[in-house]
Design a protein around this ligand. Structure first.
Ligand code: SAH
Ligand code: SF4
Length: 384
């Protein structure tokens, strides 16, 4: 066998992209400062706190703006690190005030993020946790896109930063915020990317930075039962469950993950979720599909299922997308469904459709890059 010798003497290492500090947790930030040699270990905590305020309270993207940091240190930081935002490829504003951004963090990684005013305390940001999704809920547009990959904590934080840049919310306002809530209801299944979602929530909830409390952060899952307890421990966020059906047979078709984790197991996991109380209720999401899951009988069954749980129900009018196989229930049907739930003792606000004109509503997110790639594939496919 011929032996191969590598002459490494002339090999130049590939230039390493500078690390972005704005996606690191406090602990990671301290470690990075020490590893860079810019900060001695005994000063790491203090230095990290100082930078933290600039990055997450003031939202600066340039080390030069950190006026209480020594000039030489600022220069050293700028040499090794960056605070740059990713590229915003597209920005759309709906007639109703919703906003949608398409953010490109790397080649082929395009993330959709939506701001919806008048939801939660003031306005909610709907963030993505993955590009695409491994699950295939039949009513969801994202579900038609294969998983590209999990987003990093930095990519999740970048969505909040881009929204805040655009809404003009730096430094973190104490009152009268426009962006008051964060919901993990964009693209992807957050419980399949729990470590990064939890790290991002640690950053978002930090009181000296973005400062959105965990009670205003909601993680929505299609029902990844084995991860629900850990999600509670790691995030202490509010829990939302995409239920959509009251019996296993129908849920198996709408949310195929139900075949692995049926409704009874899901309800047991919810009961064990830490911190549930009347003040911290679990939200059940229920998408209204005409003639599929919207009968009065199903509303009554839903009330039965939730007995004993501190819960509220969010009725979501189905948001159609090009080629979707369902229709939205009639308004009168949705109202009748809601009134049965109300009589059963459960608050059940109907989520008013927002941002439909820019395809920004729940379940409509699917990255443009994927649509583009699909259309190129179609154009290249040999004619049948
Ligand atoms: N993967 C997670 C979070 C993202 S989906 C989950 O499934 O919970 C966020 C919410 O939008 C879920 O409740 C989902 O069921 C709902 N949804 C998906 N497609 C929809 C559509 N076309 N119309 C209305 N709601 C939809
Ligand atoms: Fe994935 Fe949620 Fe869409 Fe289901 S509803 S395909 S879990 S993003």
């Amino acid at each position: 066998m011929a032996s191969v010798t590598l002459d490494l003497s002339t090999a130049t290492p590939a230039p390493r992209a500078p690390a972005n500090l704005s996606g690191l947790t406090r602990v990671e930030l301290q470690a990075e400062l020490v590893a860079s040699g810019l900060t001695p270990p005994e000063k790491a905590r203090m230095r990290a706190s100082q930078l933290w305020r600039w990055i997450h309270h003031f939202g600066v993207t340039d080390f030069a703006a950190m006026t209480d940091v020594a000039k030489e240190l600022r220069a050293g930081l700028a040499e090794r690190f960056t605070l740059a935002r990713p590229e915003v490829v597209e920005r759309q504003i709906s007639q109703d005030g919703s906003r949608k951004w398409l953010i490109r963090t790397a080649p082929g990684i395009e993330i959709e993020t939506v701001y919806i005013p008048d939801v939660g305390r003031a306005g909610a940001l709907c963030v993505s946790s993955q590009v695409g999704c491994t699950l295939n809920c039949t009513f969801c547009h994202t579900g038609t896109q294969p998983l590209v990959r999990n987003l990093t904590a930095a990519e999740i934080i970048a969505q909040v930063q881009v929204a805040r840049d655009d809404l003009g919310e730096w430094p973190s306002p104490k009152e009268d915020r426009r962006l008051s809530n964060v919901v993990f209801m964009g693209m992807g299944e957050p419980l399949y990317n729990l470590e990064n979602v939890a790290a991002a929530i640690d950053i978002i909830a930090d009181g000296e930075g973005i400062a959105i409390s965990r009670r205003r952060i909601t993680v929505s899952t299609s029902g990844v039962v084995p991860e629900i307890p850990r999600a509670g421990e790691l995030t202490q966020a509010m829990l939302a469950i995409s239920l959509h059906a009251t019996n296993d047979e129908l849920r198996n078709t709408l949310v195929p993950l139900n075949k692995r984790y049926p409704i009874a197991e899901l309800l047991d996991a919810i009961r064990a979720y830490p911190g549930l109380s009347n003040a911290r209720r679990v939200t059940f999401e229920y998408v209204m599909l005409k003639g599929v899951n919207d009968s009065p009988e199903e509303a009554r069954r839903l009330v039965q299922l939730m007995k004993g749980l501190p819960a509220k129900i969010n009725l979501i009018p189905f948001n159609p997308w090009p080629g979707s196989p369902y229709e939205c229930s009639d308004w009168a049907t949705i109202e009748r469904f809601a009134s049965i739930l109300n009589r059963g003792g459960y608050a059940s606000p109907i989520r008013t459709p927002r941002g439909r004109d820019i395809l920004a509503a729940c379940g409509q997110l699917k990255s443009e890059s994927e649509k583009l790639r699909a259309s190129v594939r179609r154009a290249q496919a040999p004619a049948a």
